[in-house]
Design a protein around this ligand. Structure first.
Ligand code: PMT
Length: 404
C-alpha cells in the first residue's frame, strides 16, 4: 500500500491507450490511493466514464461548464484536492497545449490551476512522438520539472512499431510509488548554488565546431531542484534547447573559455558549485577566419588545453563546496575517485555512460556519488527525480562541512 492516503487526479486524453485506464485506476486504488478521474471529450470515445466511475468509486469529471458538477466539486477545488496529477495517456495535442498553457477544457484548466506535481505518460503514434514539435514540447515541459514516464517502444495499434506506446499500468504505478517514496528536498534557503550545464562548442572556423552529446538535462534538473529547495540559483549553460523557470539566473555561453570566465565572475558569491557541464578539454589552437576549404586527403588540426573550470574552483583559496561529475565508460569508480582526489573536490557524481539509455542526452541517469569518507549509489531514474536525491546528498555533506 505504497500510495496510502495519496489523492491522485487521473487525466485521460483521447488515445487508444485510454482503454487501459480502468486497469490503471484499479492498480492505483490497490496501492491505497484515492483516484478521481477527468476525461477529455475525445477520451470518452475510447473509454466509458461509467467504467471509470465504477472502478474509482467517484463520479467522472468531463466538463468545465457543468453547473451540477461544479456544485458538487468545483474545478478549483478539484485542482487543490490532488496530491498528484497523472496524465495517462497524454496525447501529442495535450502536450502541446500544456507547453503553451492553453486552458480550453476541464483537464487543461486543472493542469494550470493545480499546485500538485504533474506526472505524464505520453502515448501517440511513433512518428508523432519523434516530430520536432513534440520533442521540443517535451524539452520545455521537462525543464519545468514535469516528470515523464515512457513512452515505451513496441507494436502500435496503427500498425507502426517504435516509441509511442503508453507505459503499462503496473509500470506507471511502480513509478508513482518510487516518486512518493523519494526523499523530500533538503532546505537550501539562504544558500547560493552555481551550476554549469550542457556542452561547450569549440569553433574551428566560422561554420564548424567540435562539441559533445550533452543535452543539459542533468544540470537543468539540478538547477530546478535547487530552486525548489529554496536556494538562489545561477545556471551557466552551454548551448541547449532547454528553458529555465523564472527566478533562476541563467548565463548563456558557448565555449569552455567563456564558461570559465562566467564561472569565475560568479564564484565569489556562491556556497555550492556543481559542475555538470561536459566541457571540451581542448580547443583549436587557432580559429580559421574563413571556412576551411576541402583540399587535401587529410586535414590536421592542432588543439590546446582548455582551462579546467572545476579544478580551478576547487583550488581557490576559499572554495565553495565543490561537486564534480565524471562521465566514464570504463573503470568508472577508479577514474571518479582519481578526479575527486586530484582536483581536490568535496564530492564527485560518477555516471557509467556505457549503460544504454542513461547519461548523455537521455531523460534518465544513475549516479555513484563519492566523497572523501563516504559514498552512495543513486539508482537509475528520471533526471528530474535524481536531481532531488543528489541534492539531498550534497546538502547533507555541505552542512556537515560548514558546521565544523
Ligand atoms: O547534459 P546531459 O545530456 O543531461 O548529460 C549529463 C552528463 C552525462 C553530461 C553529466 O551527467 C556528466 O557526467 N557531466 C560531466 C561530463 C564530463 O565531461 O565529465 P569529465 O570527466 O570530462 O569532466 C569531469 C568534471 O570536470 C565535470 O564536472 C566537468 O564539468 C568538469 N570539467 C571538465 C573539463 C574542463 N575543462 N572543465 C571542467 O570544469
Amino acid at each position: 500500500m505504497q500510495l496510502q492516503n495519496k489523492k491522485i487526479l487521473l487525466g485521460i486524453s483521447g488515445g487508444i491507450a485510454a482503454y487501459k485506464t480502468p486497469d490503471l485506476v484499479r492498480k492505483l486504488t490497490a496501492q491505497g490511493a484515492t483516484v478521481r478521474v477527468v476525461v477529455t471529450a475525445s477520451a470518452k470515445e475510447f473509454v466509458s466514464p461509467l467504467s471509470l466511475q465504477a472502478v474509482s468509486g467517484h463520479i467522472v469529471h468531463d466538463s468545465l461548464l457543468d453547473p451540477a458538477a461544479e456544485a458538487a466539486m468545483g474545478h478549483i477545488e478539484l485542482a487543490k484536492w490532488a496530491d498528484i496529477l497523472l496524465l495517462a495517456p497524454a496525447t501529442a495535442n495535450l502536450l502541446a497545449k500544456l507547453t503553451v498553457g492553453l486552458a480550453d477544457d476541464l483537464l487543461t484548466t486543472l493542469c494550470l490551476a493545480t499546485r500538485a506535481p504533474l506526472v505524464i505518460a505520453p502515448a501517440m503514434n511513433q512518428q508523432m512522438w519523434q516530430a520536432a514539435a513534440t520533442q521540443q514540447n517535451m524539452s520545455v515541459l521537462t525543464a519545468r520539472g514535469i516528470d515523464f514516464i515512457g513512452p515505451a517502444s513496441g507494436a502500435q495499434a496503427c500498425g507502426d512499431t517504435g516509441y509511442g506506446r503508453m507505459s503499462e499500468p503496473e509500470d506507471i504505478v511502480e513509478h508513482l510509488c518510487k516518486c512518493t517514496a523519494a526523499k523530500t528536498l533538503p532546505d537550501l534557503s539562504a544558500t547560493r548554488v552555481l551550476i554549469t550545464a550542457g556542452p561547450t562548442q569549440e569553433a574551428l572556423d566560422p561554420v564548424r565546431y567540435i562539441s559533445n552529446h550533452s543535452s543539459g538535462k542533468m544540470g537543468y534538473a539540478l538547477a530546478h531542484a535547487a530552486q525548489q529547495a529554496g536556494a538562489e540559483v545561477v545556471l551557466i549553460s552551454g548551448p541547449t534547447t532547454l528553458n529555465v523557470s523564472p527566478g533562476i539566473t541563467k548565463i548563456d555561453v558557448v565555449s569552455a573559455e567563456q564558461m570559465h570566465n562566467a564561472v569565475m565572475g560568479q564564484i565569489q558569491q556562491c556556497d555550492i558549485f556543481i559542475a555538470t557541464a561536459a566541457v571540451a578539454d581542448y580547443r583549436a589552437s587557432s580559429v580559421a577566419d574563413n571556412k576551411i576549404k576541402k583540399k587535401d586527403e587529410e586535414l590536421t588540426l592542432t588543439f590546446v588545453k582548455n582551462p579546467d573550470i572545476l579544478k580551478t574552483v576547487a583550488n581557490l583559496p576559499s572554495p565553495p563546496f565543490t561537486v564534480g561529475f565524471a562521465a566514464e565508460s570504463q573503470n568508472v569508480e577508479h577514474y571518479a575517485r582519481s578526479k575527486l582526489h586530484n582536483k581536490k573536490l568535496n564530492m564527485i557524481a560518477a555516471n557509467n555512460i556505457s549503460t544504454a539509455g542513461l547519461g548523455f542526452n537521455s531523460d534518465h541517469n544513475a549516479l555513484h556519488v563519492i566523497w572523501p569518507d563516504g559514498e552512495q549509489h543513486l539508482p537509475a531514474q528520471p533526471k528530474v527525480q535524481l536531481a532531488g536525491e543528489l541534492l539531498s546528498v550534497v546538502a547533507t555533506q555541505f552542512k556537515k562541512k560548514t558546521s565544523k
